[in-house]
Design a protein around this ligand. Structure first.
Ligand code: ISE
Length: 331
């Protein structure tokens, strides 16, 4: 069986997902696309083997020939589209964030809970990155003892000028908020955010930032988020445990030695760095294996991100008082 996927939003991520679904994932085909920019939608439809172009995203969601929906439109539109998918009883993969506000995420949880079974997956693709899955598997062996600290580095070469300082948290560091909960299987209970003198290249944005997260299990996870680092895209971390450490990096296999330099190339953005994670995430979704982040994970990430934004704006530590996990999401 080939599942026919409808894609809402054919920008950078929507186009990339369409390409992977068409070329790199088995059992899937792009059945339809919608984008506010008609030409862009047509281009992606053509590259996806002649998928239908819809003029209305809700018509795409309701269409009998669309089996499941992938949402890669702008963040503020996610909630309405996800709710429409739940109302139609269709599986949906929504790019992060599930919704930009805690209230929006809560409305989605209510809708899915009322529906009574899980339809929603959130695109926290790092959960499928071979480096992170290795790290989690290694931790589970107990070979390096109990985890104590995780040092995360997350850098982008350049952000749009005028980016709000909160966006470093809600749009970028939100990945580390999710990966911290996932890796340690423990909720984040306290957050603090520190900022150095902003980079002169950040155009007034408070960039970089240092987040300090504490989990219920007592692990400290610090996150350097720097979105105007200029030199390239980089995500790495080091886990410190009782009897050993693990570093996660993604060096390309080729290194150049020339003119007194020993160099490896860095990507310009996250797509090459997480290409395999995206492919595995989509294959898991199509297969219905259910390893992806749930709506509850999406809610939790937005909830903790909000606490971090409060901490950034007030300069104070925040205790994160997350509501109890609804029954639908308990293991
Ligand atoms: C972007 O939206 C992503 O999700 C990337 O993974 C992240 O590295 C980047 O900072 C975000 O802007």
């Amino acid at each position: 069986v080939v599942r026919r996927i409808g894609i809402i939003g054919t920008g950078i991520m929507g186009a990339d997902h369409a390409r992977l679904l068409t070329r790199a994932v088995s059992g899937a085909a792009v059945g339809g696309v919608f984008d506010l920019d008609d030409d862009r939608a047509r281009g992606v439809a053509q590259a996806s083997g002649g998928a239908r172009v819809f003029a209305d995203p809700y018509a795409l969601i309701a269409d009998d020939d669309i089996d499941a929906v992938l949402i890669a439109s702008s963040d503020a539109t996610h909630e309405d589209y996800v709710l429409a998918c739940v109302a139609a009883g269709k599986p949906v993969l929504c790019e992060k964030p599930l919704a930009p506000t805690v209230d929006g995420c809560a409305r989605i949880l209510d809708a899915e809970t009322a529906h009574g079974s899980r339809l929603i997956t959130v695109g926290f693709m790092r959960r499928f990155d071979p480096g992170y899955t290795d790290l989690k598997a290694l931790l589970a062996t107990g070979e390096i003892g109990a985890p104590l600290m995780l040092h995360n580095v997350h850098r982008n070469p350049a952000a749009v000028p005028g980016l709000p300082s909160s966006a470093l948290i809600t749009n970028s560091a939100v990945h580390e908020l999710d990966i911290t909960r996932w890796l340690f299987d423990s909720e984040i209970t306290e957050v603090a955010v520190h900022t150095p003198r902003p980079s002169g290249n950040a155009g007034g944005t408070r960039d970089p930032q240092l987040l300090i997260l504490t989990t219920a299990s007592g692990v400290l996870s610090d996150v350097e988020i720097f979105v105007n680092a200029r030199y390239g895209y980089e995500v790495r971390c080091e886990l410190v445990a009782e009897t050993g450490t693990v570093t996660l990096d993604a060096p390309p296999p080729t290194a150049v030695r020339r003119s007194g330099l020993h160099a490896r190339t860095l990507p310009a953005d996250w797509r090459p760095r997480f290409a395999e994670a995206y492919r595995l995430e989509l294959q898991d979704w199509i297969d219905g294996t259910g390893q992806g982040a749930t709506a509850w994970d999406g809610f939790a990430a937005t909830f903790v991100a909000q606490a971090c934004v409060n901490a950034l704006e007030s300069g104070e530590r925040y205790t994160v008082e997350m509501p109890p996990t609804p029954g639908l999401y308990r293991r």
